[in-house]
Design a protein around this ligand. Sequence first.
Ligand code: NAD
Length: 469
Amino acid sequence: MTQYKEVDVANARPISLYDVSSKPAISVVGLGYVGAVSTACLSSLGHRVIGVDIDQSKVEDIAAGRSPIHEKDLGRLLTEGVEKGLISATDDLAYAVRNTDATFVSVGTPTAADGGCDYRFIEAAAKSMGVGLRQKKGFHVFVMRCSIPPGTTMKVMTPILEKTSGKRLGEDFGVAFNPEFLREGVAVDDFYAPPKTVIGATCDRTGNILRQICLPVDAEPIMTTIENAEMVKYVDNVWHATKVCFGNEVGRLAKAFGIDSHAVMDIFVQDTKLNLSPYYLKPGFAYGGSCLPKEVRAVAHLAEEAGVSLPMIANLSASNRAQIDEAVDMAVATGARTVGVLGLAFKPGTDDLRESPILEVIAELRDRGIKVVAHDPAITKETAIESQLGYVKYASPGLAALATELRGMLVETGKTVSDMADTLIVTQKNDTYAQIVRDAAETKAKPTIDVVRAFAECPSTDAYQGIGW
Ligand SMILES: NC(=O)c1ccc[n+]([C@@H]2O[C@H](COP(=O)([O-])OP(=O)(O)OC[C@H]3O[C@@H](n4cnc5c(N)ncnc54)[C@H](O)[C@@H]3O)[C@@H](O)[C@H]2O)c1
């Protein structure tokens, strides 16, 4: 075990933003793939780093400047860090906390027996960190870097720190979440050029200390809440997995038709307006219209006929249906006898009703004996509704009935819808509807269900509910 002389932290100079001569000393807990890379790279930026692990062989490797894992450039950086006297390692976590300004937590978070997250390593580390904090006089920052369910940093780690140390969050220590986005194999390169830097912190002081540490690799980190930062890490990885499965399903389907999947996807990825872009990615209502539902069904059918298993594509319709069912459940839960619908077409700027998902909601509500009144800026009593709804002859009886009954539900204005209904559902974003919904929710406390995120700033009343926010 390599140890430094104990630092008199109470009398040490305070950490100040942008003062490069006082780079915070950092302890890194867990010297696996993430922690070993952090230890090496943070030392290369001039930080004194104490690596900590319960695995003695990893402690010995790091202390000797050897990489405990196979990772490009890691061994060289560790050797340099040890030679410069910046890297040491220990199995004594309390000691490491006492002798550093910030602690990065990168212990393992394996899958628990029930499929959730196993917190045991975090809990054990938090207890030892709390002991170190109790023995320390100055302010300390704890930076959680593990991939964990939202809420873990504040509900699992922080209470243990407070309880074990007897010290107070915000006064004696700060807590942050700073997810790690490195990819194994190119982890060192990713450290110096991260895809993004996300910092969630309990206070400005803590956020600024972390900002300063990240400054050499990212001058513009994304500052957010701890819970948002925790969730982003999970969402990122699920998205990456989704992309892998999507590409692989395209591959299996293309092969069955003798088509080169790489040629197809080379074209696909060149579309950065609709394919590889933020478009279609914000939570909102179910997809609909004349193309997406039809073509998803067509591709699923093609695959079935060709004997190709495409579980992800085949289940898109079920996922879409879950969003429609959610809207129905939310409306029914309000106890409304009359539901008012603002927006019928599947998106604004069109009078196309084909496979508009709100029609499924209306059909379901009417099946349950709930009256519906509706308005759409592009649909009047003269719009040829019946011819557009020809497709519903293959659908549920409730939906088929809409072909003749929808016209009777139409009223002249959105305001009339609001006046007649006990509950509103808004499916399109425009200023008029937003005002009606805000007025209904805030002034009249009328239940309003927003499936489209009609607001930049949503009404702050219990009467307003978003479908995914
Ligand atoms: N591997 C990756 O590419 C990657 C990328 C981003 C995020 N993450 C996340 O980062 C975290 C760490 O991942 P990893 O791959 O480095 O894990 P790992 O299993 O390689 O390393 C974890 C280390 O923590 C040590 N440890 C456990 N309890 C300890 C304690 N109480 N005190 C000190 N050390 C302790 C273990 O001995 C082990 O060496 C996980 O939450 C993981 O999901 C991993």
